[in-house]
Ligand binder design. Structure first.
Ligand code: ZN
Length: 173
């Protein structure tokens, strides 16, 4: 198990449409385990493969937030959105690739997703509230889309400039 460095926006790898995972190999299992540990360590509730520089269609999430409650680590490979509710939800989102920046995004309140699990089987489940927000946010990453792409150009540019500055500062050490 290895913690993987998380790419910070702007990065061309965060703007790519990712390729389907062809088979659930031991390498994919190891990647998913690394991604979960990296997510918990950050800490965050979701992490998509392109955020660690792997341009394949999978993400991990765990939106259990009650203190002391059991974790529910989920690995979604080749996910598809099969249904979205008309009812929407507005939530202040953040992203591990855009640290310390938050903005309100409106999305369908509930979604149904189908995906392949690490067991190689197809699964389908309906997500609500934070799980639905997280699943849609992570799904967007697989298509090169970030939550700031839902904002107006002024706000998006302001956040992007802050991230460029952060990256320059980190590069200088
Ligand atoms: Zn994100």
């Amino acid at each position: 198990m290895t913690l993987r460095p998380i790419l910070i926006h702007p990065d061309p790898r965060l703007k790519k449409v990712c390729a389907p995972v062809e088979a659930v190999t031991p390498e994919i299992g190891a990647l998913a385990e690394d991604m979960l540990q990296t997510m918990y360590d950050a800490p965050g509730v979701g992490l998509a493969a392109p955020q660690v520089g792997v341009l394949q269609r999978l993400f991990v999430m765990d939106c259990v937030k009650e203190e002391g409650a059991a974790r529910r680590p989920m690995v979604l490979i080749n996910p598809e959105i099969t249904w979205t509710s008309e009812e929407t939800n507005t939530y202040e989102e953040g992203c591990l690739s855009i640290p310390d920046q938050y903005a309100e995004v409106t999305r369908p309140k509930r979604v149904r997703m189908a995906w392949t699990g690490l067991d190689g089987k197809r699964h389908e489940e309906e997500f609500d509230d934070l799980w639905a927000i997280c699943a849609q946010h992570e799904f967007d990453h697989l298509n090169g889309k970030l939550f700031i792409d839902y904002l107006g150009p002024m706000k998006r540019q302001m956040i992007t400039r802050r991230m460029e500055k952060l990256k320059r500062e980190r590069a200088r050490g």
